[in-house]
Design a protein around this ligand. Structure first.
Ligand SMILES: Nc1ncnc2c1ncn2[C@@H]1O[C@H](COP(=O)(O)OP(=O)(O)OP(=O)(O)O)[C@@H](O)[C@H]1O
Length: 687
């Protein structure tokens, strides 16, 4: 019998907290965490600080003093103590991270490329551990989102909801969850990367990269010890669960609304059940514990009060404005420490399970023979369930390896067909392929996602969409991007959804060009990569240079020495020529404006004639271009907000152009020169 080991980790102040000059309310001394009470108004009595005792307290709030600072390595080393040993002795182990959104759960569990967290460190340590027996490691990775289980590693089935079942020897399990035989860190890394890319994330006001799902990463370790004298063999089995729970914060504080509020409700349903279970295990010992109340608690049944050695890592913010959440996390964590587990060595579990399953299958077949028709569907489904489990348990290691290999290929292809390219070394994109590059780094893997475009690409939050995005402002059917056989790309917005191209709101079908910046909802930003079409050959292909120049300077402002900061570097950083994307920005052909036309009168006449000659389909582009130009002129104070409002009210392009030219003319020679300069830079509505 052993208690759940509980560790608390306090993260550094984030930008928001620093800007607000938040006071640090956390201090740590050995295994004690002290929470100072909030500042009070004059006349009120300051409450005494609250003290909590844990097995480990990690001070990660400030790295200026290496003696007190606990980095990723220290957290791992402390929690690893005895853990790998326990796994190799045949015990189940579970480590779960609990805390409010943005408190550092994912950072602690997954970490970054430079600062790997517990999952990659444990995987490596586990593979490096020597054993006298033959060691087999299998891996699964799932997500619980809105009380639904999804396999993060079987992409063909990733949209399918999987069911939780329970076997009397094996305990709760997810039916049909893919198991991947792994032998090296590289095998695991690829699966981790792919799984993380599939994880659902939705931004909230508190933490834009907030993950709204619970993720369970499981390593199943089997050791075989053959006894050559007796011809028998012993098997030890252990399950190692690494769980990254969703944020425990209150929905109101994060600004969750609508669909997200439902998500929060369901996330909290799992967490509420978790809390209830922790209470019944600690306060009302002996009372019935309803693990099946939520998917999460059902799957973690063994980890809480059952057959597992469990560690809870509670993550907290140091800032005063998170006092309430921090306090409840600490209370929760202290209570969890009282849970007593009954871990036992799992010896020959598989053999026992196989034997009982075989018996069960026999019995069920017998029963089916004599069953009344109304009972048979239930019996049949039970039989199928047992047969499936038996089949999975009976697979040989070679078969498993082969399956894993096949699945890896399918997974890679499937991801590509979905528009996501996965490669352990970073992002790759076929030179000729047209794709959207997501400029928001993937929170789980720190790199960028590619969405390869096909003829017809539905984008939105709905399950029928080709590219599913979640987050504020994303509609069920947000927009459609189409591509003609010639590679011309068009965007058709849903007029109710917020879609911007190069900063301008789009309300009707619009053609897209190489390196156009597309904003969907509040948080998604994409760049169109259309390298095949990057050479401008039509009047409109030089239209975006001003934006491109702006973007280039935006990019320049980023830390170019760090390839992860800049998708262009990441894209071009590939060693492989075939899959390289260059970072060169388009350099559109500039049409020289003749010196004689540099008088606004002659310019305006010829310009309007050109506008009149423009075919209808180009007018839409023109309108878009016009909007961009107006914005630019506004920013240069060549026209006022009032002027541009007047322009917006005019539908007719010719009239619009005339008004604009008149407005510019009124500003005098300097304004005309600047205007022409802008036109010359590619913002022309008429050349
Ligand atoms: N110990 C730490 N040291 C440095 N940075 C940290 C630490 N913990 C968290 N952070 C940073 O704080 C931010 C939020 O952390 P993280 O994403 O891990 O939170 P979370 O608890 O997993 O949130 P969510 O519930 O939304 O998944 C990230 O930018 C992360 O890099």
């Amino acid at each position: 019998m052993s208690n759940v080991r509980v560790a608390v980790r306090v993260r550094p102040m984030n930008q928001r907290e620093k800007e607000k000059h938040s006071v640090c309310v956390i201090s740590m001394s050995q295994n004690k965490t002290i929470l100072q009470s909030k500042a009070v108004s004059p006349g009120e009595v300051q409450k005494a600080p609250k003290e909590f005792t844990f097995d480990h307290c990690f001070w990660s709030a400030d790295d200026s003093d290496p003696d007190t600072y606990a980095g990723q390595e220290e957290v791992f080393k402390t929690l690893e103590e005895g853990t790998i040993e326990n796994i190799y002795q045949g015990y189940n182990v579970c480590i779960f991270a609990y805390g409010q959104t943005g408190s550092g759960k994912t950072y602690s569990m997954m970490g970054t490329d430079d600062e790997p967290g517990l999952i990659p460190r444990f995987c490596r340590a586990l593979l490096n551990r020597k054993s006298e027996g033959t060691v087999r490691v299998e891996l699964s990775y799932m997500e619980i989102y809105n009380e639904k289980v999804r396999d993060l590693l079987d992409l063909k089935k990733s949209k399918k909801e999987l069911s939780v079942r329970e076997h009397n020897i094996l305990g709760p399990y997810v039916e049909g969850l893919s198991q991947h035989a792994v032998s090296t860190w590289e095998d695991i890394k690829l699966l981790l990367l792919a799984g993380n890319k599939c994880r659902t994330t939705a931004a909230t006001k508190m933490n834009e990269e907030s993950s709204r799902s619970h993720a369970i990463f499981t390593l199943t370790i089997t050791q075989m010890f053959p006894n050559h004298e007796s011809g028998t063999s012993k098997e030890l089995h252990s399950k190692f669960n690494l769980v990254d729970l969703a944020g425990s914060e209150k929905a109101s504080k994060t600004g969750a609304q609508g669909k997200q509020l439902v998500e929060s409700g369901n996330i909290n349903k799992s967490l509420t059940s978790l809390g209830r279970i922790i209470s019944s295990l600690t306060e009302c010992k002996g009372s019935y514990v309803s693990y099946r109340e939520s998917v999460l608690t059902w799957l973690l049944k063994n980890s809480l009060g059952g057959n597992s050695k469990t560690v809870m890592l509670a993550t907290i913010s140091p800032a005063e404005d998170n006092y309430g959440e921090t306090h409840s996390t600490l209370v929760y964590a202290e209570r969890t420490r009282q849970i007593v587990n009954q871990a036992k060595v799992n010896e020959d579990t598989k053999c026992k399970a196989v034997a009982t399953l075989q018996e069960e299958v026999q019995k069920l077949k017998e029963q089916l023979k004599h069953a009344k028709s109304q009972q048979s569907p239930e019996l049949q489904s039970k039989l199928k369930e047992s047969e499936n489990l038996l089949k999975q348990l009976n697979l040989s290691w070679e078969e498993k390896l082969k399956k894993t290999e096949e699945n890896a290929k399918v997974m890679q292809k499937y991801l590509e067909s979905m528009g996501i390219s996965v490669d352990a070394s970073g992002i790759k994109c076929a030179k000729e392929q047209c794709c959207l590059v997501n400029l928001n780094p993937d929170p789980e893997s720190n790199d960028y996602l590619l969405y390869y475009l096909t003829e017809h690409n539905k984008i939105g939050a709905g399950s029928s969409q080709d590219f599913q995005l979640t987050g504020p402002g994303i509609e069920e059917e947000h927009c459609v991007i189409t591509m003609t056989p010639d590679g011309d790309v068009f965007l058709v917005p849903n007029t109710k959804a917020e879609t911007k191209v190069n900063g301008a709101l789009v309300q009707e079908r619009i053609r897209l060009y190489h390196e156009d910046k597309i904003n969907l909802g509040l948080n998604y930003s994409f760049i169109l990569n259309q390298s095949k079409k990057r050479q401008p050959n039509s009047l409109s292909e030089n239209k975006h240079e001003v934006e491109m120049n702006e973007m280039s300077s935006d990019h320049k402002n980023k830390d170019e020495s760090n390839p992860k900061q800049n998708p262009y570097y990441l894209l071009s950083g590939s060693q492989d020529d075939d899959t390289e994307l260059t970072k060169t920005h388009i350099n559109p052909k500039k049409e020289e404006i003749s010196t004689e036309s540099r008088s606004h009168d002659s310019f305006s006449t010829s310009s309007i004639e050109k506008v009149l000659a423009i075919p209808q389909e180009s007018l839409l582009e023109l309108q878009q271009n016009f909007t961009n130009l107006v914005k630019k002129l506004q920013s240069k104070q060549l026209i006022t907000q009032q002027d541009s409002a007047g322009l917006e009210n005019t539908e007719d392009m010719v009239l619009k152009s005339k008004t604009l030219l008149t407005l510019i003319a009124e500003k005098g020679e300097n304004a005309c020169t600047q205007f022409l300069d802008l036109l010359g830079k590619g913002m022309s509505i008429i050349n």
